[in-house]
Design a protein around this ligand. Structure first.
Ligand code: CA
Length: 228
């Protein structure tokens, strides 16, 4: 079976070559670009399924490339995996808010990168769980129709907002959500007005989930995710 096309946008040649090699070995068609401008051109002309996007690029940077990809109807469904350096947490947050799907921090192991690429492409074909489908993960069962949650068979009594946050995270296990994304998604009566209020909601949510609360993970400097 022919695999998807993946574009690698990275100006550091040894990293680009490492990524190219590992992706090609898995059967992907790999394209490489050394600048944001070249990357965008290839996104438009070759329609890759996924872009591995370094943020620090000469000329237009990765965040701008991300914004461009998301702003055009023809390319907006392209998966974007950011490559970031340590200490770039604020760029990661901006990137996720611009619509990047995931990120890997340098130095990374090719194995981890490959796993993320595969997970993103798999999600793309499977799509996201729809709003009304029950979710069962790590002994937590979420029933959106009834807005009910059970942990190991016992009901957990969550507020409207806590339920919304849990449902948001659990629909996409492994995805990192920024505090702003969590705030935007919560539209309960007691909607959340600050980042700090998101943290307070998470603390309460974890407490109510008991030992299963550990599956809501903090991603330092970025946000939260439900453990895959
Ligand atoms: Ca770079």
């Amino acid at each position: 079976m022919a695999k998807e096309t993946v574009l690698v946008v990275e100006d550091e040649e040894d990293i680009a070559e490492l990524v190219r090699l590992h992706l090609a070995r898995e059967g992907y068609h790999v394209l490489c670009a050394g600048s944001g401008e070249d990357g965008l051109r290839l996104v438009q002309t070759r329609s890759p399924a996924l872009v591995v996007l370094d943020l620090m690029l000469p000329g237009i940077d990765g965040l701008e490339v991300c914004r461009e990809i998301r702003s055009h109807p023809a390319t907006q469904r392209t998966s974007i995996l950011m490559l970031t350096a340590k200490g770039e947490e604020s760029d990661i947050v901006v990137g996720l808010q611009l619509g990047a799907d995931d990120y890997v921090t340098k130095p990374f192991s090719p194995k981890v990168l490959l796993a993320r690429v595969k997970a993103l492409l798999r999600r793309k074909t499977e799509g996201v769980v729809d709003d009304q489908t029950s979710i069962a993960l790590h002994h937590i069962v979420i029933n959106p129709g009834r807005r009910e949650v059970t942990v190991a068979g016992k009901p957990a009594s969550l507020t409207y907002t806590e339920f919304g946050i849990l449902h948001l995270l659990a629909r996409r296990p492994g995805w990192v959500f920024t505090r702003t994304q969590i705030r935007d998604a919560s539209r309960g009566e007691d909607s959340i007005s600050t980042d700090r209020a998101v943290d307070v909601q998470i603390v309460s949510l974890r407490r109510k989930l008991g030992p299963a609360g550990k599956y809501i993970e903090t991603v330092r400097g970025v946000g939260y995710r439900f453990k895959e």
